[in-house]
Design a protein around this ligand. Structure first.
Ligand code: ATP
Ligand code: MG
Length: 343
């Protein structure tokens, strides 16, 4: 079976962008592929964060995965920091990652600009190397992510190729290895619909957990009245009627796309249904659709979070399985980079 790996950071509330761009697709993939879904807690400390909240956020994020339909009889769910190999491989990759590659990353530039220079730790810069380790460790074939991660995934691919060239093949064989590629070069799986859900307050920025205003996103656990209020106050525009794909109307396109995705209708159906609507009418329809779509997820979440022992067991099983899969990659790369074997 081909392998799929992906994760979400426990940096805040999981929102509609994380769900439509990533988690919803995970659920479809678990039937066909060997799937590993982790909670990216090591990534969550790349910007200043609240230590007393990290553990709970990690647990809640795991519960969200399950509530969204990730099925642990098919997929492994684990906490990134519980599998030490992620950090080990990261360091081994760091020595071959040019800092120029990292300085070019759009997310690094954006997040460091927003955080202000004095708040930038080295981990924000090296974040993509950890992400590469997350993926390459498991010899993943596919990585389902939103469009914002495309550049990081491209770096992962380049790094895999570079490592294979530097240390793989005959050179590895000479050091006692089996030769050939050390790493599989993974491919991004980006579903065009939902790949880039935009902020409710600005149709040109993506919806983000780390955006300061909670009004900019719909969180999966938002109660009905909160959703209604956010939709009521979200940014709109004045032309009559509603339409997709008008570059002058990014908010309109975003809200229609969200509506399309949560109702499961086609774009054509939604375009037709909404072409003559005004914002007032559409906002009511959209709020209902969101509330209805999220209700079963929220109900399942409440059940899961009420049983911490069950969740702990899942995370512990998941970590054991992942650690086992990670071991051979790690052994190979130590060998290929010339380290003295533990005896
Ligand atoms: P942060 O602001 O802390 O970076 P985030 O909202 O970007 O949080 P991540 O944990 O970084 O969320 O990303 C988790 C997954 O969700 C990734 O696959 C990412 O591509 C996807 N994703 C994040 N935001 C969006 C969005 N607005 N639309 C579609 N997919 C998204
Ligand atoms: Mg992000």
């Amino acid at each position: 079976k081909k392998r799929v790996v992906s994760g979400v950071q426990p940096t805040g509330s999981v929102h509609l962008g994380n769900y439509l761009g990533a988690i919803k697709n995970w659920v479809l993939l678990q039937d066909t592929y060997e799937t590993l879904y982790f909670i990216a807690d090591l990534h969550a400390i790349t910007l200043p964060y609240d230590a007393p909240q990290l553990a709970e956020a990690t647990r809640n994020t795991a519960a969200i995965y399950l509530a969204c339909g990730v099925d642990t009889s098919k997929a492994s769910v684990f906490v990134q920091s519980h599998v030490h190999a992620h950090l080990e491989l990261m360091w081994l990759l760091c020595s071959d990652t040019p800092t120029g590659w990292l300085n070019r990353m759009i997310q690094f530039k954006e997040k460091s600009r927003k955080a202000g220079d004095e708040n930038i730790g080295a981990a924000l810069l090296t974040y993509p190397v950890l992400m590469a380790a997350d993926i390459l460790l498991y010899q993943s074939d596919f990585v389902p992510v939103g469009e914002d991660q495309m550049q990081h995934l491209e770096l992962t691919r380049e790094l895999a190729e570079k490592m294979n060239q530097l240390y793989g093949g005959r050179k590895w064989k000479k050091l006692g290895g089996k030769g050939g590629a050390l790493f599989k070069v993974p491919e991004a799986l980006i579903q065009p619909a939902g790949a880039r859900v935009m902020s409710l307050t600005d149709g040109l920025s993506k919806m983000s957990k780390s955006a300061p205003s909670d009004m900019s996103r719909i969180n999966l656990l938002d109660p009905k009245d909160v959703i209604a209020n956010k939709i009521k106050r979200c940014k709109t525009d004045s032309p009559p009627g509603l339409e997709f794909d008008n570059p002058e109307r990014p908010e309109c396109n975003n809200l229609l796309s969200i509506y399309q995705l949560v109702t499961g209708r086609t774009k054509e159906e939604v375009a037709l249904e909404c072409q003559n609507m005004n914002w007032g009418t559409f906002k009511i329809v959209l709020t209902d659709a969101l509330v209805n779509h999220l209700r079963p997820i929220q109900n399942r979440y409440e059940e899961i979070i009420a049983d911490p022992a069950y969740l702990d067991q899942i995370l512990s099983d998941g970590a054991a399985k992942a650690a086992e899969l990670a071991e051979s990659t790690l052994t190979n790369i130590y060998q290929a980079k010339g380290f003295l074997r533990r005896s």
